[in-house]
Design a protein around this ligand. Structure first.
Ligand SMILES: [Zn+2]
Length: 413
């Protein structure tokens, strides 16, 4: 029977660490029944062999490239901590409610906008300090902890520095670089590094769990560069495949300055359209729900005040939605840039005659032609132009400006 860790593709080392920690956490709970004062061993302290909690600590960071399964790992570990058997069996109510997001002692922060604010964090930290209702642990999972505002990070740090005895914090971030997570938070956490899963492992999951044909699974796993969710979408969603085809057509369309600007516009507009489609439904239903809750068209005493309050709430909602739309646009654009980087990486490896499989098997011939024309150096310069564009957007350069600069660099070489 697959347990809660089964969804972590190609992460044997991390899974072994988390299994040990879950077992240690269960031991801490058993000992605490006789010795109520026993708490978790803080990270960094010795924690001798006699200490039943040596494998467990109260703050963790899951790092790894996008799609490696940071949040999957954090959720699976949360389930194992709430599991009736202490293993993450995947069957008991503790495991089940954690994975479906309904466990009373597991709080999940999934930022929809560009950052997680201080008020949200303070409220979360406060609730997390209460005694777990199920008698096990209070678990706080923070996805994209790299999007914490500085003030929110400080609020979190305080909680991690003086943790309530039964609270566990699970943070997810791309890396432990100070840009992603503050050095002080990092120093209080145990790090679980996840690697980019190999394409063969991703393909196997698509075949076995999603019933996708082996040849499609193999192609999608390679094209998604180790991103499990992206591989699944490419294998299943014709629209996602069409968008990818359009991105991979960019290199051969770059025939001049005008074409470079056209290609930049097309890429930006495609990302906008994709993002709009992905948030439109949620936007409309949120707005309808809020309008219903506010009772459109009220009269009588207090109605004027209620309308003023309603306007404020609608404004708040619009602000949240706008922030989410911006995030979705950046994510869509980033996916396109990763695909494009894959193309130039293929050209580079072909030019170097490196014995590795191409990322995009369907454009390998085109990458080969590029390799001949540009040589390894030219391919590398183009790959760097794409990566610089990603970095610039991450550093808040306006996407259109960054993409135009990249297209010109790709054309000029
Ligand atoms: Zn269980």
């Amino acid at each position: 029977m697959p347990d809660v860790f089964a969804d972590l593709v190609g992460q044997d080392e991390a899974v072994a660490t988390l299994r040990r920690a879950a077992a240690a956490a269960a031991a801490v709970r058993r000992h605490a029944a006789d010795q109520p004062a026993l708490a978790l061993t803080p990270t960094g302290s010795a924690g001798g062999a006699a200490d039943p909690g040596a494998g467990m600590t109260h703050a963790w960071i899951f790092t790894g490239p996008p799609g490696s399964g940071r949040s999957v790992a954090a959720r699976a570990f949360a389930a194992a901590l709430q599991c009736a058997y202490g293993t993450g069996c995947g069957e008991c109510p503790g495991c089940h409610t954690t994975l479906t997001g309904t466990h009373a002692d597991v709080r999940l922060v999934v930022p929809e906008g560009l950052s997680i604010g201080v008020n949200e964090m303070r409220a979360l930290v406060l609730r997390a300090a209460s005694t777990p209702s199920g008698g096990r642990w209070q678990v706080v999972v923070i996805e994209d902890a790299d999007r914490l505002t500085e003030a929110a990070g400080n609020a979190l740090l305080k909680a991690i520095e003086e943790p309530p005895p039964r609270t566990v914090f699970l943070l997810c971030a791309p890396s432990t670089h100070p840009d992603d997570i503050s050095v002080t938070i990092r120093s209080r956490c145990r790090v679980v590094p996840l690697r980019q899963p190999p394409a063969t492992a991703v393909a196997e999951v698509l075949v076995q769990r999603d019933g996708i044909a082996p040849d499609v699974a193999q192609w999608a796993a390679a094209a998604a560069q180790g991103h499990v969710g992206r591989a699944r979408r490419l294998a299943r969603d014709p629209e996602a495949r069409k968008r990818r085809d359009a991105v991979l057509a960019v290199p051969r369309r770059l025939t001049g300055v005008g074409a470079a600007f056209d290609a930049a516009s097309a890429l930006i507009e495609a990302a906008e359209a994709e993002a709009e489609a992905s948030v439109a439904e949620a936007d409309a239903s949120e707005r309808a729900a809020l309008e219903t809750a506010l009772g459109a068209g009220g009269t009588g005493r207090g109605a004027a005040g209620a309308i003023r309050g309603a306007a404020g709430q609608l404004k708040d909602l619009e602000k949240r939605q706008k922030s989410r739309a911006t995030r979705a646009q950046r994510d869509a654009l980033d996916r396109a840039l990763v695909d494009l980087a894959g193309f130039y990486r293929d050209a580079l490896t072909i030019a170097l005659r490196a014995p590795v499989e191409p990322v995009h098997t369907d454009t390998a011939a085109l990458a080969g032609a590029g390799a001949q024309k540009w040589d390894a150096e030219g391919a590398l310069r183009r790959l760097e132009a794409v990566l610089q564009c990603r970095a610039a957007i991450e550093a808040n350069v306006k996407p259109r400006i960054a993409v135009e600069a990249m297209m010109l660099a790709l054309w000029r070489g």
